[in-house]
Structure formats: structure tokens, C-alpha cells
Design a protein around this ligand. Structure first.
Ligand SMILES: [Zn+2]
Length: 228
């Protein structure tokens, strides 16, 4: 990732060009976002400007580049269509602002989510029963702030599930292995994978425990967000 970040982040891309690219590849739904992982051409695209023409700051630009590169990396290893809460949680693990450091030469990733973002989740948590069905681009179009909370909650939930002593750790790894091994929801060339089959698999494996998982994961967030 270190080598790929530099050419992506420095020149950036004007917002009009970003929108034109999405039109050309039929991904208009991604116009609400600042970046896009194009599985068809295997490249990530980051708009270096907001819709209003203002330039993004370096850290935000790097954050979006890392976020989108994580999507691309996952897809390159196993092109399964994962539910958005999984895909966004993983992308935020490597791309959330405050969790990585880049000095122009070296990239370190995997730090804790900043306390302010953990606090936004604590204040307005999305219930798990709803969270698992969220389509992030739809949510971004409706409520940008809520989509930020969603991504933070996904990151915290995934880190909770990845803890060795988490009651659901083995089941979560089993879920990941199944989705990737069976390449659930994989699509043809130049198409986005379908997250529905993996979403259904998660509900099959975790459905009965969603309430318990919700209750258990919340107090664990502070400790899980301290993992490295
Ligand atoms: Zn994403």
C-alpha cells in the first residue's frame, strides 16, 4: 500500500473528472462518496475536491485513498460480495483518520479509532438488526453524518469480533472463511459483487445472537478500540 498511496494522493482528481468517470463506468451511485474502488479496472479513484470545489486536506485524502485501497485489496484476494457493514468496517480499520500515520515514506496502520468517533457511536448507535442491512451509499445520500457513525460502528464491531477472547470470534472467522471460500455474491467482470448472499449467511450464523452481540459489544468498544 505504501507505494500505491503516493501517486494516488498527490495529483488527486478534480471533482468533475471524478463524476465523469463514475458516469462512464455506470457507478452513479458512488457520486455521494469522495472515492471509489473500481473492481473492473482494479484501481481506486479519489476526488481531491469536495462537491463545492474546495480541496480536501492531505489527511482526508490519504484516509480516503487507504479506505478505497482496502476495498480493492480485499476484492483482489477474494472477490466475494461482503455486506456493507463488513466491508466498511474493514476499510475503516486501515483508512479511518487518526488510525494511520504517513510521513511521506512510511505508512503505519491499525491504530485505535479516535475517541471522538467512538463517542459519536456511543451517543447514536445504530441497532445491529438495522446495521447489518445498511447500504452505505444510500445512507450517505440521506444523512452524511449518520454514515460516518455507521462506518465507525462497523469498525468497532469488527474489531470486537476479532478479539481472541470474544465469544463470537470463531464464528466470525468461520463466516469470513465461508464467504471468501465460496466466493459468495461474486460478479462478472466490471460489475460490483452482490452483498446479499453473504448478508444472508451472517444472519443465518448470528441471527439468534444479535441481541446478545449488541449488548456485549458496546461495553467492549473502549478496550477493542485500543487494540493494535
Ligand atoms: Zn467504503
Amino acid at each position: 500500500m505504501t507505494r500505491e498511496l503516493e501517486p494516488l494522493a498527490r495529483p488527486g482528481l478534480g471533482h468533475a473528472n471524478y463524476l465523469a468517470y463514475l458516469d462512464a463506468c455506470g457507478m452513479q451511485s458512488a457520486k455521494v462518496a469522495q472515492g471509489f474502488a473500481d473492481y473492473g479496472t482494479f484501481q481506486t479513484l479519489v476526488s481531491a475536491q469536495y462537491e463545492n470545489g474546495n480541496a480536501l486536506g492531505d489527511e482526508e485524502l490519504h484516509s480516503i485513498a487507504l479506505h478505497e485501497l482496502t476495498h480493492l485489496f480485499f476484492h483482489g484476494i477474494a472477490p466475494a460480495g461482503m455486506p456493507d457493514w463488513y466491508a466498511e468496517g474493514l476499510a475503516e480499520t486501515f483508512g479511518a483518520q487518526g488510525t494511520f500515520a504517513w510521513d511521506g515514506k512510511t505508512l503505519s496502520v491499525g491504530g485505535s479509532l479516535p475517541k471522538e468517533r467512538v463517542a459519536t457511536v456511543r451517543a447514536a448507535r445504530i441497532p445491529l438488526a438495522l446495521l447489518v442491512d445498511v447500504r452505505v451509499l444510500v445512507l450517505m445520500g440521506q444523512d452524511r453524518e449518520k454514515s460516518r457513525i455507521f462506518r465507525a460502528e462497523c469498525q468497532l464491531l469488527q474489531r470486537f469480533l476479532m478479539q481472541d477472547d470474544c465469544l463470537w470470534h470463531a464464528r466470525f472467522e468461520h463466516f469470513e472463511t465461508q464467504c471468501r471460500g465460496e466466493v459468495l455474491g461474486a460478479a462478472g467482470a466490471r460489475q460490483q459483487p452482490d452483498p446479499m448472499p453473504a448478508g444472508a449467511r451472517f444472519k443465518q450464523l448470528f441471527g439468534e445472537d444479535l441481541d446478545k452481540l449488541e449488548a456485549a459489544s458496546s461495553p467492549g468498544w473502549i478496550s477493542s478500540s485500543g487494540l493494535h
